[in-house]
Design a protein around this ligand. Structure first.
Ligand code: ADE
Ligand code: ZN
Length: 337
């Protein structure tokens, strides 16, 4: 199973680039940029990654991002993640970034976007990995702040396919961002949002109805509303599920309790993703392995997670068809061998 999963072509749809900052790179950038960090070794950093909920993670995660200052830093961060993609047979990835985490510290929007997209262009050319970028609004900040961020993004519209909504879900429901999402949709950005991670199933309903999202990030608390589950299955509304993240942030007690396989078998378009792999203990292969180890599953069910991700991605119909063929060929070759 390990070999099948390792080499299975994968598509990632829920990945925060700031969440790929490995402690070693954090130290390197801290030294390069003369930023103080409250740790002495990368091991000490890893030992601090014991989270009790989403907020306990976010506090450490935003602090870690302080070492990112120059365009080269954003390039190095993104390139390191793309090398992980190559090792994990990720053929396409749709990446979130949080501009407000950086612009609030005086980093120019241009610095962030040029560093990240420089690495994405190089990965397409040298590794054959395709990608899209999605800009997230931080939901603990105001809607006015999100509107300002949307305006800053407009000159870079060609580099950003969509807008998302992340950070603290409790106390910051989708409703708070109705107008900025309307503005983003009018400007041609595809909307997605984190909903039903720590927040109630009604946040999923509201993300669909008030924000018009085309994918729900996480969405695992949909099971609290049977009618919603049925609707998600019927409409094939994608959920970008992050198994290791959900365990690390105590959304489920353990992987056996995780509902991703139950949702797959109910016909929902669920996908496997790594969220913040440097903080949650693993990239794409690790997430697939963790699910497969806890839930006995067939090879075709495992491949279905990639087929769902291709269906849920924002690539063209031609690219979807090419990637689908790649996955079905992989599955039949594996069976034949
Ligand atoms: N930002 C980074 N990871 C996140 C998550 N899992 N939920 C909400 N905001 C995030
Ligand atoms: Zn996330």
């Amino acid at each position: 199973m390990q070999d099948f999963i390792q080499k299975l072509p994968k598509v990632e749809l829920h990945l925060h680039i700031e969440g790929t900052l490995e402690p070693e790179l954090m130290f390197e950038l801290a030294k390069r940029n003369q930023v103080n960090i409250p740790f002495n070794t990368p091991e000490e950093v890893r030992a601090a990654y014991q989270f009790t909920n989403l907020q306990s993670f976010l506090d450490i995660y935003y602090q870690g991002a302080d070492v990112l200052i120059h365009e080269q830093d954003f390039f190095d961060l993104t390139w390191a993640y793309l090398l992980r993609c190559q090792a994990d047979h990720v053929i396409h990835t749709e990446i979130f970034f949080d501009p407000q985490t950086h612009t609030a510290r005086g980093i120019a929007f241009e610095t962030i976007i040029n560093g990240i997209s420089g690495a994405l262009t190089k990965a397409k050319q040298e590794l054959g990995i395709s990608s899209h970028l999605i800009m997230c609004f931080l939901r603990h900040l105001s809607e006015a702040d999100a509107i300002e961020t949307l305006q800053q993004a407009l000159p870079y519209k060609d580099k950003i396919i969509g807008v998302g909504l992340d950070s603290s879900e409790k106390g910051h429901p989708p409703e708070k961002f109705t107008r900025v999402f309307q503005m983003a949709r009018d400007a041609g950005f595809i909307p997605v949002a984190h909903a039903g991670e720590e927040g109630p199933a009604s946040n999923i309903d509201d993300a669909l109805n008030l924000l018009g999202v085309q994918r729900v990030d996480h969405g695992v608390r949909c099971v609290e509303d049977e009618k919603l589950v049925q609707q998600l299955a019927e409409t094939r509304m994608p959920l970008t599920v992050c198994p290791l993240s959900n365990i690390k942030l105590c959304v489920f007690d353990n992987m056996q309790q995780h509902n991703i396989v139950e949702l797959l078998r109910k016909g929902l378009c669920v996908t496997i993703n790594s969220d913040d792999p440097a903080y949650f203990g693993g990239y794409m292969t690790d997430n697939f392995m963790a699910v497969a180890n806890a839930h006995p599953m067939s090879h075709s069910e495992l491949a279905q997670f990639t087929l769902n991700a291709i269906e849920a991605s924002f690539i063209s119909a031609e690219e979807k068809s090419r990637m689908t063929s790649e996955v079905t060929a992989y599955l039949s070759n594996f069976r034949a061998a």
